[in-house]
Design a protein around this ligand. Structure first.
Ligand SMILES: *[C@@H]1O[C@H](CO)[C@@H](O)[C@H](O)[C@H]1NC(C)=O
Ligand SMILES: *[C@@H]1O[C@H](CO)[C@@H](O)[C@H](O)[C@H]1NC(C)=O
Length: 224
């Protein structure tokens, strides 16, 4: 066997280094712009294709450009779920490749909390910022999300688990990431904003399986 094929063999046989941890009070810190630093999250055993979801997280950044907060791609649709900051105060929630835009009062220089939800039966998409609801929108009524998602923090996927753009990378802290396979009630969203865990059944920050690539650090949260 020549050196090149030996090398190839070694690369393809490396196991994924997924870790499982209770990340309570921790955050992923992305210290600089990059097109190769990110964290892959592993969803808990999903029996049925998703027809609804709620995803929540906290972020702290000084970026003024565009950036991705949560990128959930499937093989058929790279923007299966995308939470994205387009410009100051303008966020989009995408489902199945269709975008809904929300104008928020631009926040102070503080960690921000987001919850985005969608349900197939009505197509209603909600975005909550710092525990406050934006006006509801609607998209992709009747749609079903694809299976085997690639869920990435820190980068925006333009292909399945790849196609990263440095100008859409996240710089700063992301934590308290949670995802449910249903739409949380307003009272539940407020509870999550206030720091309650509510045992999320797709992604649980207190029992998270993740794999970090490039420059990413796990640090104690600046917020609590
Ligand atoms: C990122 O943005 C910078 C500054 O606007 C630009 O010069 C560069 O070409 C962009 N890079 C990519 C990969 O789009
Ligand atoms: C994770 O850690 C926090 C703080 O130590 C603790 O309160 C919580 O019960 C833990 N969660 C799980 C699921 O073990």
């Amino acid at each position: 066997m020549d050196k090149l094929s030996l090398c190839f063999l070694v690369i393809i046989s490396l196991p994924g280094v997924f870790l499982q941890a209770n990340l309570s009070k921790k955050a992923f810190v992305f210290p600089q712009d990059s097109a190769n630093s990110y964290v892959t999250l592993s969803a808990q055993g999903q029996e049925e294709p998703l027809k609804a979801f709620t995803v929540c997280l906290r972020s702290h950044t000084a970026l003024t450009r565009t950036y991705s907060l949560f990128s959930y791609a499937t093989k058929a649709q790279t923007n299966e779920i995308l939470l994205f900051r387009n410009s100051p105060g303008v966020y989009s929630v995408s489902v199945g490749g269709v975008d809904a835009y929300f104008n928020t009062p631009e926040s102070k220089y503080e960690p921000m909390h987001f919850c985005a939800s969608w349900e197939s039966s009505s197509g209603i998409v909600e975005l909550w910022v710092d525990g406050k609801p934006m006006a509801r929108k609607s998209l992709r009524k009747g749609y079903t999300l694809g299976e085997e998602p690639s869920i990435i923090l820190g980068q925006e996927q333009d292909s399945y688990a790849g196609g990263f753009d440095i100008n859409q990378s996240f710089v700063g802290d992301i934590g308290d990431v949670s995802m449910w396979d249903f739409v949380l009630s307003p009272a539940e969203v407020r509870a999550v904003y206030n720091g309650h865990n509510l045992s999320p059944n797709v992604l649980n920050w207190q029992n998270m399986k993740y794999e970090a690539q490039g420059e990413v650090f796990v640090k104690t949260q600046l917020w609590t």
